[in-house]
Design a protein around this ligand. Structure first.
Ligand SMILES: C[S@@+](CC[C@H](N)C(=O)[O-])C[C@H]1O[C@@H](n2cnc3c(N)ncnc32)[C@H](O)[C@@H]1O
Length: 233
């Protein structure tokens, strides 16, 4: 879908409706034209995030964080929180439509180590995460905003990469994948400034069929995917 102008875009893939959406909707606004407002709520149960956040109080225990940014309906972050009971896991999603699905699934699963938040990831990192608290970041298929005039909406800016670095533990890891070569080429030197990068030539060893809805779909379509693993220098 990327490169066609159909995805800027807040789509989650894997069967959720994505067509005919306005820019406002794809940016995550519930009501087109309404100014951007993110509730910055983490749940279940719903708690308003107020800086500085004590994550050990939110989760009821102290543990490093695992965060999936732009987690759509939550398939991947739910799987990760089952796989990593030792980590406090957060699914961060901006678009209301997908967040509602994510919240529904997270509530139904009632995993003690999973919380979901409808917060812009840039705000989550900057305002609500202390230094070196994240063991793992997962960022899969961030909206590539393929039109030049929309590049400024891309998530992985220099400032955002600096926040990733600040919040990642010294031994922490960032996993990143995209099907958008031009976005990958833009992001790679940006991440290389702050992290040691291991590009990954093939699929994820633990999930050759793909880790996320988008990835599973793109692998089936035979679309090339660029992946990397980043660690603190
Ligand atoms: C293209 S979809 C990929 C979804 C999922 N990661 C996958 O690979 O199947 C990108 C997702 O990131 C979300 N997103 C975009 N910008 C975001 C931001 N600033 N903060 C949090 N989520 C964001 C979108 O709403 C959308 O659900």
């Amino acid at each position: 879908m990327s490169g066609t102008g159909r995805r800027g875009d807040g789509a989650t893939g894997g069967g959720t409706a994505t067509r005919g959406r306005s820019d406002a909707e794809t940016r995550g606004e519930d009501t087109p034209g309404k100014p951007f407002e993110f509730p910055n709520i983490i749940e279940p149960p719903p708690v308003e995030l107020k800086a500085p956040v004590d994550w050990s109080v939110i989760f009821g225990r102290s543990a490093p964080l695992l965060i999936e940014i732009g987690c759509g309906g939550g398939r991947t972050v739910i799987g990760l929180s089952i796989k990593h009971p030792e980590l406090n896991c957060i699914g961060c999603e901006r678009a209301g439509e997908y967040y509602r699905l994510l919240r529904q699934r997270a509530t139904k699963r009632a995993l003690p180590n999973l919380k979901v938040t409808r917060t812009d990831a840039a705000v989550l990192l900057e305002k609500f995460l202390p230094d070196a608290c994240v063991r793992e970041y997962h960022i899969y298929f961030p909206d590539p905003w393929p039109k030049k005039k929309h590049h400024k909406r891309r998530l992985l800016t220099d400032a955002f990469c600096a926040q990733l670095r600040r919040t990642l533990e010294p031994a922490g890891t960032l996993y990143f994948a995209t099907d958008h070569k031009e976005y990958f080429d833009e992001v790679l030197p940006r991440l290389e400034k702050v992290f040691s990068i291991e590009p990954l030539a093939g699929p994820w060893p633990d999930a050759p069929e793909g880790r996320t809805n988008f990835e599973v779909k793109y692998i089936k379509q035979g679309r090339p995917i660029w992946r990397l693993i980043a660690k603190q220098k």
